[in-house]
Write a protein that binds this ligand. Structure first.
Ligand code: ADP
Ligand code: MG
Ligand code: MG
Length: 892
């Protein structure tokens, strides 16, 4: 096996083997760009090392050979005392893992070669000792686990002693003394001296990079980002170039377009007389990249040329790391750059305009998740509010409110109508009431899969977590010297993770305004809106999946239609039994005689007919799937505890409470240990005579009424919770009779189908399809029953732990579990269609608007997905992406 590749041997497509950084360094080398020479040790070498613990057969020999080539190319030997070659040792995995793994610069320096380096630089002692102290610092931290803070303290002391602010103000002697101090720190923590042998430094640094793959934070990050654990990292050994040689030198980062807005132009930061990560570390104020034109026009122009070359070559926004050594430009890194959601859309559209990519490819450059981010209201940052700190954007949205520190205070304040932000070190299941009451949640610990993050996403609530500069106390939190007390107002941005003091105004999403058709005139020419329009229109043309919506009212239906819904996939009827109709429902439940029951049903029926007419009218011409009543009836009755207390108190006081006593008896009768698995859905319809019949009649009558108005009603009746074909047949026989009677010769058709949400239904789908004209997968219940989870209980109770342990990559309620629950969907789809080839297949439930799940449903061959109105555009986009992707794989 070959473990080491010279930069001339690799290319950008070898990311698996060479890591992203190595593959792109090779690509730039082969493009003839000025990259310092070097070589890459493969991810396979890393995998071998991690498997065996230490030695990798054949690797040392290959490193010798490539090092010799490198020394020859430069004309210097590694760490030579008179004229040393120095190298950097840089990690670089297939997927970028920012800040997770390590880099050591200036390898090859020791007590002797530091003098050689000074001579090389024309007697620049300051530079040589600065480089040496950086090596000890980075090597100590990265290779030997010396706490970095101690080096920083020593540097800080040196500056204080001299009375200066910046490290550039330290002279050669100061730095020499600093090296001595650093060495002491090194010995103190490692028990041995800083290694003087350059080759030993190199080998130790390479091994440390290998090991950094399994550092705790890297493991955690991979789990959260769902990056496989066995990839390993490559190691790049690169000849050093120096940005810290004086003011004609420096280092910087650049983007070929603005990664925040997508605007065309040159963006970046530059820092003169600096090395490595000084730019991003924020130790001194950087210059805007355009200032470089004044400092060093030649290098600047060359950089612009190279950026154009790279963009043309990668056909996308690139980000770049570069260094200038005494007026000579060197490229140290490039990759296709990360960008905000807005920039992703704008750039994709720009590239189409520029003829660089076509619209199909544009679809692959954006995601439904990004579109989702753009549909939340955002903070209006035109007043330039300063963020006090930043955490992880765990659940998008913009929320402002008074700070509270306990769940109890959150509930109390919310009850007074106040908007609050619940601030906790981390949350646990006890905080649930407060999380529900709060406008947003902010924690100082935990990542994207912490309890706070998981629960907030489940609730669709704004959350920033892991803001670790924040010290959370009992009734205040501090960030540095800033203190924020209970009752102070803060604003949190769940997309960017930024936290602001005070109330930042919120502006509505222009993308939502565009879908709603009421865009502010001043935003009409917004490039983002134009880009979204263009890309989603293309997705619509491409997709095979239709997108419907879940809506229970005419208003929701109308909005969803504006968002592009092609019908209703789930109209829940239970909401129609609440409010002032509750009394009728109670009468129905308490009915002693058939007459009482029929009276109650007869009173409900015209109300239901009006509900359905409203919805059918809004969706005129499009299919509307109406689900017969699903939840257990006791949900419509008063709570057992409250009623029992009320009756007891009343009886104590000798009052007559005949009605309450009756009600209490009914509630007791209907009480269930496991309501999720109890008398609900089709079971209810089969037990309460006339209930489903009333609904079916109301639907049929509404359809006939709309047809009489000249409309085109397309109602579909959906029977919930079916597990056996006999259940469905019983309902169907009765329903068909009613429909025939109501429809007469009006020409109105009512389709009858079922939900597939009980595992048994999926497994007997071949039989059920005999009685169903369509299946709609209720993936929420299918997930609950497939896993044996009660959603309301488990999400807060232990999902965070399952995520932490990697048992889930993501909550199975967020994204469908393709292996288990998805398998049930597959079986039911196949066997259902075997019985009835024109069986219509859809999915209702939030999975219908989840990007990954949409791809799965496309692949399984469903006809449509149905999701909440706000997710309709996301599903449209993802269904288009899924179509383009599967075309791509057909070509292969
Ligand atoms: P990261 O993956 O964190 O960006 P890098 O390996 O890119 O780490 O190293 C960080 C920085 O160190 C680079 O941006 C560059 O400024 C500097 N650096 C790395 N290798 C060299 C080198 N051979 N010569 C000069 N500077 C280097
Ligand atoms: Mg780094
Ligand atoms: Mg880098």
């Amino acid at each position: 096996m070959k473990f080491v590749y010279d930069f001339h041997e690799g290319n950008k497509d070898l990311k698996d083997l060479l890591g992203g950084k190595g593959a792109n360094l090779a690509e730039m080398t082969n493009l003839g760009l000025p990259v310092p020479p070097g070589f890459t040790i493969t991810t396979e070498a890393c995998q071998e090392y991690l498997r065996h613990g230490t030695h990798v057969d054949g690797l040392p020999g290959e490193i010798d050979a490539h090092l010799a080539t490198l020394e020859q190319a430069i004309g210097r030997r590694l760490g030579d005392s008179h004229d040393p070659l120095l190298v950097s040792v840089r990690s670089g995995a297939k997927f970028s893992m920012p800040g997770m793994m390590e880099t050591v610069l200036n390898v090859g320096l020791n007590d002797e070669s530091v003098a050689g380096l000074s001579r090389q630089a024309g007697g620049n002692d300051r530079f040589a000792w600065d480089s040496y102290r950086r090596l000890i610092q980075m090597f100590g931290k990265t290779v030997c686990d010396v706490p970095g803070g101690e080096f920083e303290d020593a540097l800080h002391e040196a500056k204080t002693a001299k009375g200066v602010k910046d490290d550039v103000q330290l002279d050669a002697d100061d730095l020499k003394a600093l090296v001595t101090a650093y060495k002491k720190v090194f010995v103190k923590h490692t028990g041995h001296d800083f290694p003087q042998d350059p080759r030993e430094q190199l080998d130790l640094a390479i091994e440390a990079v290998f090991r950094s793959w399994n550092a705790d934070r890297a493991v955690l990050y991979r789990r959260q980002e769902r990056i496989p654990a066995d990839l390993g990292t490559a190691v790049n050994v690169v000849a050093m170039v120096f940005g810290n040689l004086g003011n004609d030198s420096g280092t910087g980062v650049a983007f070929t377009r603005d990664p925040a807005s997508g605007e065309q132009g040159i963006y970046g930061d530059y820092l003169a007389n600096a090395q490595g990560e000084d730019v991003v570390a924020g130790i001194r104020n950087t210059l805007a990249l355009s200032e470089l034109a004044k400092l060093d026009k030649r290098s600047y122009d060359e950089l612009l040329r190279i950026m154009a070359t790279l963009e043309g070559h990668y056909r996308d926004l690139c980000d770049i790391e570069f260094t200038i050594e005494r007026g000579k430009l060197w490229m140290l890194q490039t990759r296709v750059g990360k960008r905000t959601a807005a920039a992703a859309f704008t750039i994709a559209a720009q590239l189409v305009d520029e003829g660089v990519i076509d619209l199909d490819e544009a679809l692959t450059r954006v995601t439904g998740a990004q579109l989702g981010q753009l549909m939340f209201p955002r903070f209006d940052l035109s007043g330039d509010p300063a963020a006090v700190t930043r955490g992880i954007g765990a659940s998008p949205g913009a929320a402002a409110g008074e700070v509270v520190f306990t769940s109890k205070h959150a509930v109390e304040a919310a009850a007074q109508g106040k908007a609050v932000i619940l601030v906790r070190r981390e949350t646990n299941p006890d905080d649930l009431p407060g999380m529900i009451a709060a406008n947003g949640i902010l924690t100082s610990r935990g990542g994207k899969t912490s309890h706070a993050a998981v629960v907030a996403r489940g609730m669709g609530k704004t959350c920033v977590c892991g803001a670790d500069q924040m010290e959370v106390g009992r009734d205040s939190f501090t960030i540095g010297s800033q203190e924020v007390r209970e009752g102070d107002i803060i604003s949190i941005d769940g997309t960017t993770g930024r936290v602001y003091l005070g109330e930042v105004p919120v502006r509505p999403s222009e993308v939502v305004q565009y879908f709603e058709g009421d865009l502010d005139p001043e935003r009409a020419n917004d490039p983002l809106v134009a880009a979204v329009h263009r890309i989603i229109t293309h997705a619509d043309g491409k997709r095979r999946l239709k997108v419907r919506t879940n809506a229970d009212t005419g208003t929701d239906a109308a909005r969803a239609r504006r968002f592009g819904a092609q019908g209703i996939g789930l109209c829940r009827t239970e909401h129609m039994f609440l409010g002032d109709r509750r009394e009728l429902v109670e009468r129905l439940i308490l009915a002693r005689t058939e007459t009482d029951r029929n009276d109650a049903l007869a009173a409900l029926q015209p109300l239901q007919r009006a509900d359905f007419l409203d919805i059918l009218r809004e969706m005129n011409g499009l299919p509307v799937t109406i689900r017969l009543i699903d939840p257990p009836l006791h949900e419509f009755l008063p709570s057992l505890e409250e009623l029992a207390v009320k009756v007891a108190v009343a009886q104590e006081q000798g009052q007559r409470v005949e009605q309450d006593v009756q009600m209490l008896a009914a509630v007791r009768r209907m009480h269930e240990q496991n309501p999720m698995l109890g008398l609900r859905g089709v079971r209810l319809g089969l037990v309460i005579p006339g209930l489903f019949a009333m609904q079916v009649r109301a639907i049929a009558e509404a359809a006939v009424a709309l047809a009489a108005e000249g409309g085109n009603p397309r109602p579909e009746i959906m029977v919930p919770l079916v597990g056996a074909v006999q259940e469905l047949e019983t309902v169907r026989t009765e329903a068909e009779k009613i429909i025939a009677e109501v429809a007469g010769d009006s020409g109105v058709k009512v389709v009858i189908g079922t939900m597939i949400e009980v595992p048994r239904a999926a497994l007997t789908a071949g039989q059920i399809a005999e009685a169903a004209e369509f299946f709609s997968f209720g993936t929420n219940d299918l997930t609950q029953m497939g896993w044996g989870f009660s959603r309301d209980d488990v999400e807060g109770a232990f999902f965070w732990r399952y995520l932490e342990l990697g048992i889930f990559g993501i909550s199975p309620f967020e994204s469908i579990d393709t292996e288990g629950v998805g398998r049930l969907v597959r079986i039911a789809a196949e066997e259902g269609r075997a019985t009835r080839p024109d069986l219509k297949l859809g999915v209702c439930g939030e999975h219908g608007g989840d990007p990954d799940s949409v791809h799965f449903f496309h692949e399984v061959g469903l006809d449509y997905v149905s999701c909440s109105p706000f997710r309709v555009p996301i599903a449209r986009l993802e269904a288009g992406r899924a179509a383009v992707e599967s075309e791509g794989s057909d070509h292969r």
